[in-house]
Ligand binder design. Structure first.
Ligand SMILES: [Zn+2]
Length: 118
């Protein structure tokens, strides 16, 4: 009988474990792309075109290609270099701002600069 011979071969394919394995293999591209930003697109391709072998291959290649997420690298702006103190200036003991070398009084607060700092 033709029907009995047809029923015999698909029996293996309806085995639960085989079903699970084949389902996993079918959704392997989507599984590989689960952490990608374009996961939904790959899943859609996997779902809609996965039953065609070429669609499944495309989804798999897509999932594997450029695996890293296209993160826009937020380049930390380099900290501005500390302003070089001109000449042999020093810091005022009263206000803490830099004063010109040799100045008797602080240019910021006017405090008398100690002779040792000059
Ligand atoms: Zn000062």
């Amino acid at each position: 009988m033709l029907i009995s011979s047809l029923c015999f071969i698909p029996f293996f394919h309806f085995h639960p474990i085989f079903m699970i394995v084949s389902l996993f293999l079918y959704f392997l591209p989507a599984f590989l792309a689960r952490k990608r930003s374009d996961f939904t697109a790959i899943l859609a391709l996997n779902l809609l075109a996965g039953w065609t072998f070429i669609g499944w291959i495309i989804a798999l290649v897509w999932a594997l290609s450029s695996g890293q997420q296209r993160q826009v690298a937020v380049t930390a702006q380099p900290a501005a270099p500390p302003q070089a103190i001109s000449g042999t200036g020093f810091f005022c003991s009263a206000c803490g701002k830099s004063c010109e070398a040799g100045a008797r009084f602080c240019s910021s607060c006017g405090a008398a600069v100690p002779a040792t700092s000059r």
